[in-house]
Design a binder for this molecule. Structure first.
Ligand SMILES: C[S@@+](CC[C@H](N)C(=O)[O-])C[C@H]1O[C@@H](n2cnc3c(N)ncnc32)[C@H](O)[C@@H]1O
Length: 266
């Protein structure tokens, strides 16, 4: 088989599977058997790819990515635009540590947590490789091992609403992540604190409702930067295209003047 045929196959097979996957994931209900079988396969497929390609270069920085850890293919590092000098940052579900590595240069301190032990070790390794000294990494199921309040909380939740049990099968599937995030985030934000969620654009309504139910308001929505050709092809190989990933910025909804006992504006 010629090199060009092999290359075409390497692109065409994942492309066809990606389209099929998108159809399955978009059309089936939460408990669908198809979705479950596909995701069980996908976790193994990603593990094999990560073993073959154990690092990625994003935003000018090289990051190692462990086999059982989510590879940042959606320009996640662009969250740096939302980090202010001196912020105290929480990276909730840190994965490879991409957001932590990028924000640590601006933040006074970053606290990075993940439910997966592999992700915790992966973030520690990337912080070591980049010589970061203002980062604390810990294993935590959502906020269970998080103390204090933060100026900026970052989360790139799993996109697919399915329940897998294994600690290493949480990076793409979860039914708890979003409800717990919105339910508890206010207890961990400073009064002026911001929550930055990376999630597909088509879930805007759902995120806005969750936020409103928990006293938060949406400040802005922005698509993540367009992928370059290399990242696009890699995403195709990982069957991770078409999600239309976006940054949603939330803040605590200001109390109405009456609730604070202030005179109502004329
Ligand atoms: C889509 S990945 C994002 C990883 C990383 N933040 C990034 O942007 O590349 C979601 C991450 O959330 C973690 N996660 C899933 N459920 C969690 C939970 N209940 N508590 C903490 N982390 C969780 C996963 O292990 C995974 O690393």
């Amino acid at each position: 088989m010629s090199h060009s045929t092999l290359f075409a196959l390497l692109i065409a097979v994942p492309a066809v599977m990606t389209v099929a996957a998108a159809l399955v994931l978009a059309r089936d209900g939460q408990g669908s058997m198809f979705k479950r079988v596909f995701m069980a396969f996908w976790y193994r497929y990603v593990r094999a790819l990560n073993l073959l390609a154990p690092s990625i270069r994003v935003g000018g920085k090289r990051l190692v990515v462990f086999p059982d850890v989510y590879k940042p293919l959606e320009n996640e590092h662009a969250c740096i635009d939302y980090c202010r000098e001196g912020d105290r940052v929480l990276d909730l579900g840190c994965g490879s540590g991409v957001s932590t590595v990028f924000c640590a240069g601006k933040a006074s301190q970053v606290h990075a947590v993940d439910i997966s032990g592999s992700a915790v070790r992966n973030t520690e390794e990337n912080c070591r490789l980049h010589g970061l000294t203002n980062v604390a990494v810990a294993q935590s199921d959502m906020f269970s091992n998080v103390e204090g309040r933060f100026d900026l909380i970052l989360a790139n939740p799993p996109y697919i609403a399915l329940d897998f049990k294994g600690e290493q099968e949480q990076f793409a599937t979860s039914v708890r992540f979003l409800p717990v995030l919105f339910g508890e985030v206010r207890e961990h934000l400073t009064p002026e604190g911001r929550l930055l969620v990376q999630f597909p654009l088509w879930f805007k309504g759902r995120l806005q409702r969750l936020a409103a139910d928990h006293g938060l308001e949406l400040v802005s929505v922005r698509r993540t930067p367009l992928k370059g050709p290399g990242l696009f092809l890699l995403s195709l190989l990982y069957m991770q295209v078409g999600f239309r990933s976006a940054f949603y910025l939330f803040r605590v909804r200001p109390e109405p003047a009456e609730a604070q006992g202030l005179p109502r504006a004329a």
